[in-house]
Design a protein around this ligand. Structure first.
Ligand SMILES: [Zn+2]
Length: 675
């Protein structure tokens, strides 16, 4: 049987031939890819010639082409369009992947070659990106345990494999438990307060789930959020909210408590073997922030003003409940509902009045137009390119001079085969080693499918956010793929995405893209004013729930004990320490905290969003000072940040763009936490 992964792809732009890739091709291709990579590594490690940057570090960079080819398709599919077969392969492949990585970094001959080059890095005459690549390569070996004794190395490798399996299980449990809950209402039941657009989306969900004519709400965020905002029936709000906060913590096979306490314990053990007191210390050593103390210092700086604000908000909500004749104390499932009431009264912004100005296609084109004005790049729908799902639209992205930048795929609609959330990913990264390789980048969101698809402001922001990551991937101009685009220190990666959100809300930009989907009318100034006022509204809550999740993350990964903890009491302790209000939960509770337990990257790293927000708020100030489409400022951001990927120290790149260190004040001001 032929396997498309073993053939060159003669498709336009070398996009994966999705039509001919079948689920049964993956395992065979992965196995072959591992074998091929092993042979390449053997050759590099056993080379009789003295170790040089070219014959070792650069040779490693060139290796694993097939693995990137298969993985590039498979891992996108397992997130964006999965099924039982793919999930099983994922379970099987995750530990193999970890074992393969482990073997590479445990190869002592290879490590001694890398060490030899590293010890003479000053004399090697390397360019800046090469020095960085050498540094990263050497550090990767050390962080994986290559400098340890054999026994300890083996234990680290075992831990890595076990952790990989647990992380996959954690994510799958959430998906399965999320899909297993539904709140079904028929027209006669209590749908009071729910706007028509929300009901329409719920009908669509009902159709997808074989319940035509019924309104189905789920605990995915785009379904539960409008329900909590508008549903008048308090009992139903409580029911769905509790289902949400109990996700993957139910009395069934998808319970994540066992999984996550094991992950935390094994991570602590691994960190200790590698010479760090905790997983947090180990992870942060390789980040812009460097230490848990630096993270906590930043969180505390924002926590205090946030706490004052959230208490004010809670008492406003309680007043509003009383006004309504409610005789109960504010609970967490009331927060969205009464917040929405105050919001609509104070800013008298009826979402039904606003949403028609934010039709998906117009918002997307608005984001594209911002990139065109800033960087001169253009987006043209590529006809005749088959992607992996009919909902995906593919664009050819070109530079001002007409040269090809890359392909950009947008996959915006929610479906049961897609995991929750929104993300940017790539089928191929940019590089320029032996030839120029242009990137294939994808943006995934989970907007409820409707025609027209009218977005809420959070969804508008999400679209711009992921688009910012997309630009980071697309505009990359580096030599080595491992340094391209979003392959940067994890607490730096949200700068390009979060800074894009600022343009979405600029009046000048709103007037160009926010046009009524039926009449084409430009969004009225009155609405813009209210939207901007609303920006700082409820920020005490938003900041608090986010920071609480960050503290929870730091607590789990600051553990210096390798004993398994009781999840409920550990979580309660962590929240008590920061004196979190009863009516607020952390944005994610442990059992469904995907960021930190379904992957490694955001473990002891959830703080990174606000770390990056310091940068994006301060960075956007540069645009505001000079004009939001100021050409030299945009050029500097493109050249110093977007094009550079991970080729240099992020703080240095930021300073080159900004001319100084980042400051916290613009963030506090933007969130309404300071004057
Ligand atoms: Zn992001």
């Amino acid at each position: 049987m032929s396997n498309p992964f073993f053939e060159p792809w003669r498709t336009p732009f070398g996009i994966p031939p999705f039509d001919s890739i079948k689920d049964e091709h993956y395992l065979e291709a992965f196995n072959e890819a591992f074998a091929e990579h092993n042979a390449e590594i053997l050759k590099i490690a056993e080379n009789q010639a003295p170790a040089t940057f070219e014959n070792t570090v650069e040779a490693l960079e060139r290796s694993a082409a097939l693995l990137r080819k298969v993985g590039g398709v498979f891992f996108n599919m397992s997130s964006a369009h999965t099924n039982d077969v793919i999930q099983n392969i994922q379970m099987e492949i995750a530990p193999k992947f970890a074992a393969h990585q482990g073997q590479l970094f445990n190869n002592q001959k290879l490590f001694s070659r890398v060490s030899a080059i590293y010890s003479q890095k000053e004399e090697a005459g390397l360019a800046e990106d090469q020095q960085q690549l050498l540094e990263e390569t050497y550090t990767s070996f050390v962080r994986a345990g290559a400098a340890l004794t054999e026994n300890k190395r083996e234990e680290v490798q075992q831990l890595d494999e076990e952790l990989a399996g647990l992380r996959t299980r954690f994510g799958q449990n959430i998906l399965k438990d999320t899909n297993s809950f539904e709140l079904v209402l028929d027209a006669t039941e209590d749908t009071r307060g729910l706007p028509e657009s929300v009901l329409k989306a719920a009908l669509g969900e009902g159709d997808q789930r074989g319940k035509p004519g019924q309104y189905v709400f789920t605990i995915s965020r785009s379904s539960i959020t409008p329900f909590l905002q508008y549903a008048e029936n308090r009992e139903l709000r409580e029911k769905i909210y509790k289902a949400y906060t109990q996700c993957a913590n139910n009395d069934n096979e998808y319970n994540n408590h066992k999984v996550l306490k094991k992950i935390a314990a094994l991570r602590a053990r691994r960190a200790q073997l590698l010479g760090f007191e905790s997983h947090a210390r180990y992870m942060l050593d390789d980040r812009m922030a460097k230490t848990p103390e630096a993270v906590t210092e930043l969180l505390d700086k924002i926590w205090e003003p946030a706490k004052i604000k959230v208490n004010e908000e809670a008492s406003d909500l309680q007043d509003r409940i009383q006004e309504d004749g409610g005789n109960f104390s504010l609970a967490s499932w009331d927060w969205w509902y009464y917040t929405e009431k105050i919001r609509s009264e104070r800013f008298s912004l009826d979402p039904a009045e606003v949403k028609p100005f934010f039709e998906l296609g117009k918002v997307r084109d608005g984001a594209f137009a911002v990139a065109t004005r800033l960087y001169g790049i253009t987006f043209e729908e590529a006809v005749g390119i088959r992607s992996y799902h009919p909902d995906v639209i593919t664009y050819e992205v070109k530079d001002a001079d007409g040269s090809l930048i890359g392909l950009f795929l947008v996959d915006y609609f929610m479906r049961p085969s897609k995991r929750g959330g929104a993300w940017m990913s790539k089928f191929r990264g940019q590089s320029n080693l032996d030839e120029s390789v242009r990137p294939i980048v994808v943006n995934c969101c989970n907007f409820p499918k409707a025609d027209p698809c009218l977005l809420g402001m959070d969804e508008v922001r999400t679209l711009f956010h992921e688009f910012g990551h997309g630009l980071h991937g697309l505009l990359s101009q580096v030599r080595y793929e491992s340094q391209s685009g979003t392959n940067v220190k994890q607490d730096f990666v949200e700068l390009p995405s979060q800074i894009m959100e600022h343009w979405a809300m600029e009046p000048e930009v709103l007037r160009s893209y926010a046009r009524h989907y039926e009449t084409g009318e430009v969004i009225p100034d009155g609405i813009i004013e209210k939207l901007l006022e609303a920006e700082t509204f409820n920020q005490g809550f938003a900041t608090t729930e986010y920071l609480a999740a960050s503290y929870l993350d730091m607590a789990w990964h600051g553990l210096e004990s390798t004993d398994e903890q009781d999840v409920e009491s550990f979580e309660a302790d962590a929240m008590q320490q920061i004196e979190l209000l009863d009516a607020v939960n952390p944005r994610y509770k442990s059992s469904y905290f995907q960021h930190i337990f379904a992957g490694d990257n955001y473990s002891a790293g959830y703080y990174a969003y606000i770390w990056a927000e310091v940068l994006d708020a301060d960075g956007f100030e540069a645009f505001k000072e000079n004009g939001i489409f100021d050409a030299p400022t945009a050029k500097s951001f493109r050249e110093n940040v977007l094009e550079r990927g991970g080729t240099a120290d992020p703080m240095m790149l930021y300073r080159q763009f900004r001319g100084r260190d980042p400051e916290v004040a613009p963030l506090l001001k933007n969130r309404g936490l300071a004057d």
